[in-house]
Design a binder for this molecule. Structure first.
Ligand code: ATP
Ligand code: MG
Length: 280
């Protein structure tokens, strides 16, 4: 496909990225599916785990997720192997999805009484045998047990921030949860990536928010911002990512660029990759 734009370096081991922000509608799902498609189009093998009962990521990837479809609910609550629910995504080679159905709405409560309730997703991912370069987990807009399962399973937290007033409100709570999970359950966990979404460069508010986010977070903030784009918002209604729906659009190009930054940041440094033994 012409839009793949070359191959990016693949990570030495699977990068598990949790796309989280308990604020609703900030672009978590849009970011998950479009980054995942961008990485897959660059030659990576990518699994999207839809951890939101709304099933928006499944819809956007054109994956059937009516009530009878085997889903991430079965994995979390019934201990079904992840490989039993993963489906390939049409049109994008190397991209896969574990869908969410409406059943998942009950999981938040059902999980409470189960053994190892916080680490069920982590166990399921560890037992998955297919090779993967990236796992991207789309979280619901809450900090309940589903999001905790994602934070225990992942190593990197990706926070999409919508460039509007109140953008940073509530982030403190998310960051505290990340700290708690890191301290008690998953020492590898860290916020690796902040992505500014729905950015409208013509407004002063957007640039003020961007400046504020950059001064708070510095290095974690990607250089690429995702612009507000009608094509991005239209794509899910066709069961597509913007990468296949309108490959040349500004939205598509910005997600490709963001994916490139993420891939390059996680790559093994050139020196380590190539230097012969004993020269370091
Ligand atoms: P929720 O908290 O409900 O899971 P979310 O954080 O996953 O929401 P999205 O569903 O990705 O957010 O986005 C919210 C809405 O904004 C959707 O209608 C989506 O199509 C739209 N949207 C997301 N990003 C953009 C963009 N860059 N340009 C235009 N519209 C966008
Ligand atoms: Mg969502």
């Amino acid at each position: 496909m012409h839009l793949s734009g070359g191959v990016l370096p693949r990570p030495a081991e699977t990068r598990i990225m949790v796309v989280a922000n308990q604020k609703g509608g900030v672009g978590k799902t849009t970011t998950t599916v479009n980054l995942a498609a961008s990485l897959a189009l660059h030659g990576a093998r990518v699994l999207v785990i839809d951890l939101d009962p709304q099933g928006n990521a499944s819809t956007a990837l054109g994956i059937d997720h009516h009530a009878e479809v085997p889903s991430i609910y079965d994995v979390l609550v019934e201990s079904k192997p992840l490989s039993d629910v993963v489906q390939p995504v049409r049109d994008v080679e190397g991209l896969f999805c574990a869908p969410a159905t409406i059943d998942l709405a009950g999981a938040e409560i059902e999980l409470v009484s189960l053994v190892a309730r916080e680490s069920r997703l982590q166990r399921a991912i560890s037992a998955y045998e297919q090779p993967l370069d990236y796992v991207l987990i789309d979280c619901p807009p809450s900090l309940g047990l589903l999001t905790v399962n994602a934070l225990v399973a992942g190593a990197e937290v990706v926070i999409p921030i919508q460039c509007e007033y109140y953008a940073l409100e509530g982030l403190g709570q998310l960051l505290r949860n990340v700290e708690l999970v890191r301290g008690h359950l998953n020492p590898r966990l860290h916020v690796s990536t902040i992505l500014l979404t729905m950015y409208d460069g013509r407004t002063r508010l957007a640039s003020q928010v961007a400046e504020e986010v950059r001064s708070h977070f510095g290095n974690e903030v990607l250089r690429t911002n995702i612009p507000r784009s009608v094509r991005i918002s239209e794509a899910p209604s066709y069961g597509q990512t913007v990468l296949t729906y309108d490959p040349g659009s500004s939205g598509s190009l910005s997600y490709l660029e963001a994916a490139r930054e993420i891939a390059l940041r996680g790559a093994i440094p050139q020196q380590e990759q190539h230097s012969p033994e004993g020269t370091q």
